[in-house]
Design a protein around this ligand. Structure first.
Ligand code: ZN
Length: 288
């Protein structure tokens, strides 16, 4: 297992972590200043600065991506909606290519309309079928362009609004069905926040192996958790055995970046960005 205690060379910052403080161009500069070698940006942050400018800035700093956030949200109530989701995923794949991302992360979606406050249907099995079909179709285009897709299973508390793929096992079943030969086209983004509680986690990480493990996201689970989406903790402040899970992931062959992804509207988004990044670095050494 790699020793992270003395350097942060494998730290990546998911740019949502400081999105309330800074625009993406400032985030890239502040990360570069601290020798952070990788980021994972969100599409809206990229669009706000302009993708060509972002690509140029990344090249100037020799900064890599550890992923691109995000595609997905496949389910819809009608063919028009399904088609719009497909078109949007194609654009996300193109953007990932422009930014030289190692993968496009998929938050697959669930009951259409639920995220906006009113589910337009309630059949989660239908949503899962639409997700499967949506990934299959997006994958054809992704293979053509050369961008791997990484399914991110979300904690079941998000099953209505954001993702009906809720365990690593479920995500890997989709991978095995759509990419049976493990050609590196389809895999998973493993986020400790969403998966730490899963009794099959270690077993399914082994099943995933190097070909399927495409991203590793870290933060911590606070007790109590005050908000279902935006109360993620800094590594070391909660109950997740992050280093143990990283050990499992590395035993399975993963050797890429460890990406800090913290949504925190009652704590970290209120602090100066400099303090947040400096804390990410020190906690990455002590608690990841
Ligand atoms: Zn994540």
């Amino acid at each position: 297992m790699r020793d992270f205690t003395k350097s942060h060379e494998w730290l990546s910052i998911n740019t949502a972590t400081v999105k309330k403080q800074w625009s993406l161009d400032k985030i890239i500069d502040e990360c570069a200043k601290r020798n952070i070698r990788a980021i994972s940006p969100w599409r809206d942050q990229v669009a706000a600065v302009g993708i060509d400018k972002v690509a140029k800035q990344l090249r100037a700093h020799s900064m890599q991506l550890s992923g691109y956030c995000r595609g997905g949200f496949f389910p819809a109530v009608d063919a028009k909606g399904i088609g719009a989701a497909y078109d949007d995923n194609r654009r996300a794949i193109d953007e990932a290519k422009t930014l030289n991302a190692p993968c496009l992360v998929l938050v697959v979606g669930s009951l259409p309309g639920a995220l906006q406050g009113k589910a337009l249907y309630t059949d989660i099995q239908l949503a899962r079928t639409q997700v499967y079909d949506g990934i299959q179709k997006a994958l054809e285009y992704a293979v053509e362009i050369g961008i791997p897709l990484a399914i991110e299973p979300l904690h079941p508390m998000q099953a209505a609004e954001r993702a009906c793929v809720n365990t690593l096992e479920q995500a890997l079943d989709i991978c095995d069905a759509l990419d049976p030969q493990r050609k590196g086209r389809l895999g998973v983004a493993l986020d400790v926040y969403h998966t730490w509680w899963d009794p099959k986690l270690k077993q399914q990480i082994q099943r995933a192996g190097k070909d399927r493990l495409m991203a590793f996201h870290v933060c911590d689970w606070l007790t109590p958790t005050r908000d279902l989406l935006n109360d993620r903790g800094m590594m070391g402040d909660g109950v997740i055995e992050i280093r143990k899970i990283r050990g499992w992931v590395e035993s399975a062959g993963y050797c890429q970046f460890s990406e800090v992804e913290i949504f925190s509207d009652q704590d970290w988004w209120d602090r100066p960005g400099e303090e947040v990044l400096d804390t990410c670095i020190s906690r990455h050494c002590s608690s990841v």
